[in-house]
Design a protein around this ligand. Structure first.
Ligand SMILES: Nc1ncnc2c1ncn2[C@@H]1O[C@H](COP(=O)(O)OP(=O)(O)O)[C@@H](O)[C@H]1O
Ligand SMILES: [Mg+2]
Length: 300
């Protein structure tokens, strides 16, 4: 891993469209974000704002129609599928999805899931197993679970395995798309603790959530996505204490655990202000017109 000052991720003016011809519509518009080495950036936005699309673009799962994506200084925007495969094999960027069954292969035991990315890199099996085991401790999972299938684990355990799997290649960046949204509150707290430890250990994280409360305690910076555009990006404290864009103010005002929670009347006023704005992203809030990409394997 290089240690110079360049960001681990730099996204410039990203444009993403879905659909063809008359169904074509813009989902991300002029999105720019840079993530420094070891930094945790929270990406917050309502359902349909384009958060997962942003994650998929950085992982090479959807093609940009404009803009640039640099991973560790390398422009990946025009990468072919074969170049993406090579990049994934290096394991510089890893991912954790809301549903661990999408980041884990249901037919692989915990052990196989954890060692697979290492075997793909050519690490010897014995060493891969040792390394895989060491990451179980890091996500506070009992080594006894090593032989289990994902279907034999609880949701919280599965998500810990997904985090451990993301860690084994010692990535410079992990993208977590709603990693705690499907978990009960105890597991949520457990995963958030692990994410804080990762951040403190110097792994850069992009933590995507619709819930500002989850992100607030982990993120160094917060980027607010609204209808396909980042309407506010700043230090977490600044965004939470003095949000400027009406949508950011509404988010902060609606988070009951944050100090600056607004009254109901204030929230209604913000909503009125938001709806008075012209639509920014030509978004008609339609449902996807074809299925989401399914299960993603690291070596896919
Ligand atoms: N595969 C797809 N094809 C067409 N439209 C899609 C597809 N995936 C998502 N969309 C649409 O793009 C917009 C952004 O979706 P998404 O990135 O999943 O948002 P979020 O993760 O913030 O909920 C939504 O309007 C959604 O309906
Ligand atoms: Mg999403």
């Amino acid at each position: 891993m290089s240690t110079d000052g360049r960001p681990v991720l730099q996204v410039d003016d990203l444009e993403i469209h879905y659909g063809l011809r008359r169904r074509r519509r813009r989902v991300l518009h002029g999105v720019s974000l840079s993530v420094a080495r070891g930094e945790t950036v929270g990406v917050i936005g309502e359902t349909g704002s384009g958060k997962s699309t942003f994650a998929r673009a950085v992982l090479g799962l959807v093609r940009a129609s404009g803009g640039r994506i640099l991973i560790d200084g390398e422009d990946v925007s025009r990468h072919s599928p074969r170049q993406w495969r090579a990049l994934r094999r290096r394991g510089v960027v890893q991912y954790v999805f809301q549903d661990p069954l999408r980041s884990l292969d249901p037919d692989l035991t915990v052990e196989e899931s954890l060692i697979e990315p290492l075997l793909v890199q050519g690490v010897a099996r014995k060493e891969a197993i040792e390394r895989g085991r060491s990451y179980l401790a890091r996500v506070r999972l009992d080594p006894e679970l090593f032989g289990r299938l994902p279907g034999e684990l609880s949701g919280g355990q599965r998500q810990r395995v997904a985090v451990a799997r993301a860690l084994v290649t010692e990535p410079a960046l992990i993208i977590l798309d709603e990693p705690v949204s499907a978990l009960d509150s105890a597991n949520r707290v457990g995963i958030l603790e692990i994410l804080k430890e990762l951040r403190d250990a110097g792994v850069a994280l992009i933590f995507i959530s619709h819930d500002l409360g989850s992100v607030a305690g982990v993120a160094d910076r917060i980027a607010v996505l609204y209808q396909g555009e980042f309407v506010e990006v700043g230090a977490a404290r600044a965004v939470i204490n003095t949000p400027r864009h009406p949508y950011a103010r509404l988010l902060v005002g609606s988070a009951p655990t944050l100090r600056s929670a607004a009254t109901r009347a204030q929230r209604e006023a913000l909503r009125a202000e938001l709806h008075a704005q012209p639509d920014r992203a030509q978004s008609d809030h339609a449902q996807p017109d074809h299925a989401q990409p399914g299960h993603v394997r690291a070596h896919a």
